[in-house]
Design a protein around this ligand. Structure first.
Ligand SMILES: O=C(O)CCC(=O)C(=O)O
Ligand SMILES: [Fe+2]
Length: 329
């Protein structure tokens, strides 16, 4: 346990499909996501540890860039570009890179930040981090699909996955300033993989409405600990089995916090597998367009709904009605 959050070890034995511990790790992963909506992946891989250390250094460097350049990180999609200088959350600053597995996207971001000099070290560090963590993301999804007996659906699902890499800095609040770094929310992603420097502050709400603080299993394991968290799309896809946990960030102490999230989304329509619908589990969600769900979430209706995903594509009372899911723009 890390605090109360389950810890799952990822070593070469557990992550190789068909490897010695694949089956037992797969069940632990699915159970943790159903029960807590998240777990801590403790990775034995030396390259993961080295890459996450370099990722933290890269983030420190990029947030030092002058504000007028950081704000040029813009996106058509809501919540994908620069966010900061917000009076409701003054200690929070974040930037995003869409499709970070495309080297040209990291390069374009780097060109915006450092227009007068290339920064190959930064680009290389981000590229290897995104590659390694996206592999972890795929392994986790594969485990859950398999655990539900839906192995055959994994390939087409994963082929339509898109990623967003989001870097976040939480500065130490000034005296008399709010210490809120991120409002309570559920992620709109399918899956999110978070990594932080050694400064805690992430709180996760359990199914029985208690806030628990994430702590790495030990101080030494901080650089190889990743928080794997299910988003609303995973919750809907699983017909409500997987929990999408509300979480928030608050700062205490006098050290800055850095975190980085790799968020996965689907391009196109997410179908609810018919195998996950039965008498005991009546259909709770209609098939939905994941990218359009992001747009819906940015509307007033999306923002004010107690559960945006239910408002977007939920089925009232477990009965499938004949209306199609019409997004509100
Ligand atoms: O900084 C963190 O640990 C959490 C960030 C988060 O929840 C988010 O970006 O969605
Ligand atoms: Fe989040």
């Amino acid at each position: 346990m890390a605090g109360e959050i389950p810890v799952v070890r990822f070593s070469s034995h557990n992550v190789q499909s068909g490897g010695r511990k694949w089956g037992s790790t797969r069940e632990k992963v699915r159970e943790a996501l159903e029960e807590y909506g998240c777990f801590v992946a403790l990775c034995d891989s030396v390259s993961m540890e080295a890459s996450s250390v370099k990722m933290m250094e890269a983030m420190k460097e990029v947030f030092e860039v002058p504000l007028e350049r950081k704000v040029q990180n813009v996106s058509q999609k809501p919540f994908h570009g620069y966010f900061g200088q917000n009076p409701l959350m003054p200690i929070h600053e974040s930037m995003g890179i869409e499709d970070p597995l495309l080297p040209s996207n990291i390069q374009s971001f780097s060109n915006l930040m450092w227009p007068s000099r290339p920064n190959p070290l930064f680009c290389g560090n981000l590229k290897s981090y995104a590659e390694l963590v996206s592999q972890l993301e795929q392994t986790v999804k594969k485990m859950v699909f398999e655990s539900y007996g839906l192995k055959s659906l994994f390939l087409s699902h994963t082929q339509s996955t898109k990623y967003l890499l989001r870097m976040i800095k939480y500065r130490v609040p000034h005296r008399n300033e709010m210490n809120l770094g991120a409002f309570p929310h559920t992620d709109k992603s399918f899956l999110t993989i978070l990594h932080q420097n050694s400064v805690n502050g992430l709180h996760i709400k359990t199914r029985d409405n208690r806030w628990v603080e994430y702590q790495p299993p030990s101080a030494q394991s901080s650089a190889r600990s990743f928080i794997v968290m299910a988003g609303d799309a995973f919750f809907a896809w699983s017909n409500g089995r997987i929990y999408s946990a509300p979480h928030r960030v608050t700062m205490s102490g006098n050290r800055e916090r850095y975190s980085v999230g790799l968020f996965s989304f689907n391009d196109g329509i997410v179908q609810i597998p018919k195998e996950l619908v039965d008498d005991k589990h009546p259909q709770q969600f209609k098939a939905f367009d994941h990218q359009d769900y992001l747009r819906f979430y940015s509307t007033e209706k999306g923002q004010s709904s107690p559960s945006a995903i239910k408002a977007y594509c939920g089925v009232a009372n477990g009965l499938l009605d004949s209306r199609t899911c019409i997004p509100m723009h």
